[in-house]
Every structure is written in C-alpha cells, then in structure tokens.
Design a protein around this ligand. Sequence first.
Ligand code: HXC
Length: 260
Amino acid sequence: MSTTPECITVRTEGRVGIVALNRPKQLNALNDQLMDELGAALKAFDADPDIGCMIVTGSEKAFAAGADIGAMATYDFADVYKGDYITRNWEQIRSVRKPVIAAVSGFALGGGCELAMMCDFIIAADNAKFGQPEIKLGIIPGAGGTQRLPRAVGKSKAMDLVLTGRMMDATEAERAGLVSRVVPLDKLMDEALGAALIICGFSLPSVLAAKESVNRAFEGSLSDGVMFERRLFHAMFATRDQKEGMAAFVEKRKPDFKGA
Ligand code: HXC
C-alpha cells in the first residue's frame, strides 16, 4: 500500500497476514475508506508469496457494527445509485484467492455480518453477536446479507434475522452453521492463527483449488459444481506437491510442500 492505513492495522505472524479493523470509537463501522484499505491490504497479502492465509478481525467489543450510519444518513437514491455508494468496493474481497478467516468477537451486525460472511469461514468468540438489523433503519442488507445468510443458515432463520433485525449469539450461530467454531474470547486469535498456520503448511495450489471449488457450491447447479471440482481434482495431479504429499503418506513421513 502506498499510504499508511488509518482505519485498519496490518501485521503478519509467520506466513499469516492479519488485518484488524480499527475504528474503535465507531465500533468499527465500515466506511469507504476502511473498505478501500481492507481491500488493498488483502490484495497485497494475496500477491505476497510469503503469505499463505489471512485473518480479518476487529476488537473485543466489535468485529464491525455495520456500515457507517452517519455517513449514509443523508444520501438519497440518486447519490447511492449513481456513485454505487457504500457497497462499491465490497465485492473485491471475494476476488482474494488465498483463504481469509474471519475472527469475530463482539458485534458483527449489518455490513459487519456481511463482511464476515464474505470471508471463507468464521471463527467466533463466545461474546460474538451476529445480525442483520438494517430493517430497523428502513433499509435492507446491501452487501450479500439476503443472499449469503440463507445459504449459510437456511431460509427460516435468515428470514427471522433479516425481518426482525434481532441478534443471534455465538452458540446459535454455530448451531445454525454460520460459524465453524466458537472459542472463549481470550483464545480467539490463537484459534484463528492455529487454523491459518495449518492452512499455510499445505500445498498452495491445492489450497487455492479447494477454496475455489467450495465457492462453486454457491454458484450454479450441483452438476456443474461437481464437474468443476472433478476438473480441479484431476489438475492437482499435475503438481509436484501431489507426488510429495502421497509419497510422504506411503513412506510414513511429513510432506515437504513446495507450492508447485
Ligand atoms: C456509525 C456507529 C455504528 C454504525 C455504532 N456506532 N454502530 N456509528 N455506524 N453502524 C457508534 C455509535 O453511534 C456510538 O458513537 C459508538 O459507536 C458506540 O455505540 P453505542 O450505540 O453507544 O454502543 P452500545 O450501546 O454498546 O450498542 C452497540 C450496538 C449499537 C448495539 C452495536 O451501536 C447499534 O445498534 N449500532 C448500529 C448497528 C446497525 O444498525 N448496523 C447496521 C448498519 S446498516 P458515539 O459517538 O455516540 O459514542 C448496514 C448496511 C450495510 O450495515 C449495507 C452494505 C454495505
């Protein structure tokens, strides 16, 4: 990045790139600058050969309490439509090819919940609260909440959350399939880092293909998805890491993956 980010902090732990949202006074409310900085940081990690996985996190009190309501309050339709405001730079996170883990503590509401859902999986602290409260503001979710939430938790619970605007706690979110694991708050980053380091230890081509193939499950038909997966599965046999991974198993030793 050419300038120092103001709304996020960026660091690395080994081969893991970590981005923390950092607008504490606004509970990490998401504005264009923050989303630009987040997108740029993730893209930079994606292009960095020394990075194998990323984590997006917030503060103990808030992953993100949504899009910045103060910034949106006076917009009219022509503003938001012409400028593609608020949402214009969100989907770039989806173009990141390496895995991105959301480590969520505190509030993940509205755009905050949508941002977490754009990541590849969510590890939640036991104080996490998820919701799509936009209905209470006279709007609806605008960054995938009505699309990704039903895919994650099914229609009934998604309708319940989107239509009532209520929050669900981490236990309910795990039961519903929105989050992959719930851990005590003080263990959140250790758990996310542990998962990220495991991923970093695998062959990068297989990690990229696995992510791409799982994402296919959310686009198009099952038969297309299965065919896509089969093509990538067969393509894995063109990598040296496949030879190494299988030879290591047969020889009862640890594989030494080279990312090729
Ligand atoms: C701007 C926000 C904010 C937000 C909180 N703050 N959420 N500012 N945008 N989304 C600010 C508050 O104004 C306050 O600032 C400070 O953060 C602390 O918040 P409090 O309300 O005092 O804290 P608390 O009582 O603990 O309540 C926490 C909360 C509540 C339940 C999370 O803040 C809340 O309901 N926030 C709004 C949640 C929401 O509606 N999100 C959806 C937004 S719409 P001051 O200056 O008073 O201290 C959306 C659309 C996305 O996300 C569309 C796609 C991009």
